[in-house]
Design a binder for this molecule. Structure first.
Ligand SMILES: NC(=O)c1ccc[n+]([C@@H]2O[C@H](COP(=O)([O-])OP(=O)(O)OC[C@H]3O[C@@H](n4cnc5c(N)ncnc54)[C@H](O)[C@@H]3O)[C@@H](O)[C@H]2O)c1
Length: 279
């Protein structure tokens, strides 16, 4: 990945920046000279059975970004809360006068057959992965429109390209953001704003490197650990790797961030070859 200062003077908001893919994306943009507004640390969610990003995780992202020489502003905000998202955007504009890039990356996962998805689980899933993305897109568009410039990348999933048993509620949100991004892309195509989507397959982040996910992949094993399911993950993908690293997704995100403005409404699948079986 280039460390040139192509983004010097740019201001980028990244949601879900405390760790995982969001942190990796923030670091890549910082290395190119962007100022980073790092958003994370949601309110507790009753249906999420793994730990989400903490203030300590977010502070670590700030430390890593600052080590590149870039400015990083932490924002503890929950994307489900429209007022909190608007506040992040307002403070960014007050402080820096512009917003060039939005990476709507924050998300949660959960699994289980559709008939067992509770109302709370549905609301938290849709609230974060779909409404949360909507809040972020809506909040930045007026400024980007005024600037006649903006680069927006939404993180969907390969789950937004197919059906997967036990992920119906997650996949509903990931299909949903693709429709939202494509429609918005058409609304703002004449004013210098691009809106694109990345669809990663499994990425080695705290969202999936956990026992519940291993059980999903190896339901026949008593207590599967990472080692036990590595081979099964490998067998799922045409390219025989178990999963992507966050940096693999970052390369795709940076393609859209650095695009001169001719690519919009696109969906880039980073699927370890699984795209070859679709469409
Ligand atoms: N890990 C995978 O296999 C995978 C695959 C495809 C797509 N994705 C998507 O990639 C994105 C990033 O996930 P990741 O793999 O880095 O997982 P992660 O859990 O490590 O990171 C997600 C971050 O989003 C934050 N977040 C969650 N809900 C939030 C909310 N309501 N408000 C603010 N922040 C919130 C979390 O605290 C966490 O730090 C998500 O949208 C996820 O659905 C992940």
């Amino acid at each position: 990945m280039t460390d040139s200062l192509e983004l010097k003077g740019s201001v980028a908001i990244v949601t879900g920046a405390a760790r995982g893919q969001g942190r990796s994306h923030a670091l890549a943009m910082a290395r190119q000279g962007a100022t980073i507004i790092a958003v994370d640390v949601p309110q507790k969610m009753a249906s999420v059975d793994y730990a989400l990003g903490t203030q300590a995780d977010l502070d670590e992202t700030v430390r890593l970004v600052e080590a590149t020489g870039a400015v990083c502003i932490p924002e503890a905000a929950d994307v489900r809360d429209a007022a909190a998202v608007n506040g992040v955007v307002e403070r960014a504009i007050e402080r820096f006068g512009r917003i060039d890039i939005l990476l709507a990356n924050a998300g949660i996962s959960g699994m289980g057959p559709l008939e067992q998805v509770s109302d709370v689980e549905w609301e938290e899933m849709v609230g974060t992965n779909l409404t949360g993305v909507f809040h972020c897109l809506r909040a930045v568009i007026p400024t980007m429109r005024e600037q006649r410039f903006g680069r927006i990348v939404v993180t969907s999933s390969m789950g937004g390209r197919m059906g997967i048993p036990n992920l119906a509620h997650y996949n509903a949100t990931k299909w949903g953001v693709i429709g939202m991004a494509k429609s918005l892309a058409l609304e703002v195509a004449t004013v210098g704003i691009t809106v694109n989507v990345v669809c990663p397959c499994t990425v080695a982040t705290p969202m999936v490197l956990r026992d519940e996910m291993y059980k999903l992949f190896a339901p026949d094993l008593e207590d599967p650990d990472q080692k036990a399911v590595l081979d099964r993950f490998r067998r799922v993908n045409p390219i025989p790797e178990p999963w992507l690293q966050a940096e693999d997704v970052t390369r795709a995100v940076m393609y859209f961030v650095n695009d001169p403005g001719t690519t919009t409404g696109e969906v880039l699948e980073i699927g370890l070859g699984s795209s070859a079986r679709l469409h």
